[in-house]
Design a protein around this ligand. Structure first.
Ligand SMILES: C[S@@+](CC[C@H](N)C(=O)[O-])C[C@H]1O[C@@H](n2cnc3c(N)ncnc32)[C@H](O)[C@@H]1O
Length: 240
């Protein structure tokens, strides 16, 4: 395993299995629905175009995969993958309701089944901090992405705006576990999700993890809402 060790995979699978049915509702309550907008921002910044192929890893209940599908259209192809059967089981119904087609499959992001250079874009939303070996996950994402293609990551961050810097930790440390616990009936899960979010590297520290894979020629990032989340874009090295 590489240096930055995330949580044990089995524990994470069980945790998400236990909150899958209430995950979307709790997420909307906790982020005031803003996470939906932030995923769309990731799609826009990725440069996705009609006809492209996309793999969304740790897709959960499939929202980011569906956002990509609405951009790549009928000529494009999107695969959503996750290692938690209970989470991904909820995704096909969403696609059906939107009258669209996305392939959903069980995959561990640290051992992806697609061949090298299969996708124009790979993505992971609020998933990488839950992966046991984040560097391996990022390397796998880069491996299955075409040279010049993009690996897109959105993850929680560190608020730097002066007033919010003090208020937001109070919200996340005390209110989020209560809200998440109330909606899901599982306060411990939201205690964990909050802790993992405050401990996970962001900005340059996360860029260092991406760099350590030696698979990117360029890595950029943007902050959202004063640092509540960050979107990272890695361009996969060309072969020449
Ligand atoms: C916070 S949820 C995010 C779900 C979704 N991407 C979203 O934006 O709402 C984290 C997801 O990461 C998945 N996950 C964690 N480790 C994984 C791994 N090694 N391989 C695949 N999925 C993983 C979990 O099963 C869970 O569905």
């Amino acid at each position: 395993m590489s240096k930055l060790a995330g949580p044990e995979a089995k524990k994470i699978k069980n945790l998400f299995g236990g909150i899958a049915n209430t995950y979307d509702r709790a997420n909307d309550v906790i982020t005031f629905g803003m996470a939906r907008r932030w995923r769309k921002k990731l799609v826009k910044w990725s440069g996705a175009q009609p006809g492209m192929s996309v793999l969304d890893c740790a897709t959960g209940t499939g929202d980011l995969a569906l956002n990509f599908k609405s951009v790549v259209g009928k000529t494009g192809h999107v695969v959503g993958s996750d290692f938690c059967p209970e989470m991904i089981a909820l995704a096909p119904d969403k696609a059906k309701k939107q009258n669209t087609e996305v392939t959903f499959q069980i995959e561990d992001v640290t051992e992806l089944s697609p061949k090298d250079n299969s996708f124009d874009i790979t993505s992971i939303a609020y998933g990488i901090r839950n992966v046991q070996d984040p560097k391996k996950g990022l390397s796998e994402m880069a491996r299955v992405t075409k040279p010049g293609g993009k690996v897109m990551v959105i993850e929680t961050g560190e608020i730097t705006t002066p007033i919010f810097k003090h208020l937001i930790p109070i919200y996340f440390n005390f209110i989020v576990p209560l809200l998440g616990g109330f909606v899901s009936g599982n306060k411990e899960a939201y205690d964990y999700l909050n802790k993992s979010s405050s401990q996970f590297p962001c900005k340059e520290e996360f860029v260092e993890i991406m760099k350590s894979t030696e698979m990117f020629s360029e890595i950029e990032y943007i902050s959202i809402m004063g640092g509540a989340s960050y979107i990272y874009k890695g361009t996969v090295k060309s072969l020449t």
